[in-house]
Design a protein around this ligand. Structure first.
Ligand code: AMP
Ligand code: ZN
Length: 302
């Protein structure tokens, strides 16, 4: 590891991440991806035995469903929409003229029916509702997706596009709270194997604006969100690398998901920040994976 360069420039210098000119948007090297994939497999070794349904959505989601999800009420600043050209030859010529003149060519772009997924689980709930009432046992899903959040930052752990692996439990309040407790325990054990320091604490989502402060306080008071934090950028402000969320009947009510006995379903999810955990490993064990401590290498590569 080079002694005199900070974490960010070290990651670039070692070729693990590749600059694109946009903060929070990076290329990944084969070595970085190998760590992400090995961590992915480690997660499966903890959760695969529960026989979740594996579903993969693309990083774009249905705009109408996104609007209904309520995301814009809570996080308007983080959302990303996809706009596209929808004109004729004349509009095309105008676009090229603006581009050549260095003017804003994007004003002519129109919103499409696709927005960027802010979390892996957002596209899931409406599809579950469509399947009708839940079986007695509820449902369990395994998701992974690239997600977008408009939070450009020089901190490498705060990306605009990053991957989130999730397990999502949908069922009765008992089934769902048991799931979350199980993953609070498993999450601790899983990260212990990676030889990095961590802590688990109550947390809140970054709800927008004045009304958001109340939502955040309420979420904390009711202990609806926990995070597993690892010091990566700094010891004073450790980074949330896993999160454990209990949504109560919010999504069940919104989308009309029913349990087998006709009650509104409750939901919970555990989310793994794939890049954040990889970055925590590089931070604590160095930029060369071959030099990582033997137990950590064993946990990941077997
Ligand atoms: P959240 O829905 O905010 O709890 O996010 C789920 C997980 O995704 C978090 O625990 C983080 O590990 C990861 N995550 C959230 N935001 C970012 C980001 N901007 N860059 C990288 N990872 C993120
Ligand atoms: Zn989720």
């Amino acid at each position: 590891m080079c002694q005199d360069c900070d974490f960010r420039s070290g990651l670039f210098a070692h070729g693990l991440l590749i600059e694109t000119g946009v903060e929070g948007l990076y290329g990944r090297s084969g070595e970085f991806e190998d760590v992400v994939n090995r961590f992915d497999a480690l997660i499966t070794s903890f959760g695969g035995g529960d026989n979740p349904e594996v579903v993969r959505f693309p990083p774009g989601m249905n705009r109408a469903l996104f609007e209904k999800s309520g995301y814009l009420k809570s996080f308007p600043n983080l959302a990303g929409t996809i706009h596209a050209f929808n004109g004729n030859d004349r509009d095309h010529a105008a676009l090229l003229d603006k581009l050549a003149a260095g003017e804003d060519w994007t004003l002519g772009q129109e919103a499409t029916d696709v927005v960027l997924a802010p979390a892996a689980c957002y596209p899931l709930y409406p599809t579950v509702a469509k399947r009708g009432p839940l079986p007695d046992n509820g449902r369990l899903y395994d998701l992974q997706s690239y997600c977008f959040r408009r939070e450009p930052s020089r901190e490498m752990t705060r990306m605009q596009m990053f991957r989130m692996r999730e397990y999502v439990r949908i069922g009765t309040p008992e089934q769902v709270t048991e799931f979350r407790q199980l993953w609070l325990d498993r999450g601790r054990e899983l990260i212990s194997r990676l030889g990095v320091p961590f802590d688990v604490d109550v947390a809140n989502d970054p709800f927008f604006g004045r009304a958001g402060r109340m939502l955040a306080n309420n979420q904390r008071d009711q202990k609806l969100k926990f995070e597993l934090l690892i010091p990566v950028e700094s010891v004073e402000k450790p980074t949330a690398c896993l999160s454990f969320n209990y949504h109560q009947d919010h999504f069940g009510g919104l989308w009309g998901i029913q349990t087998s006995t006709g009650e509104v379903a409750h939901t919970a999810c555990v989310g793994f920040g794939m890049e954040r955990v990889a970055l925590a490993l590089f931070k604590h064990h160095g930029f060369d994976t071959k030099e990582w401590p033997a137990p950590v290498r064993k946990a990941l590569w077997g």
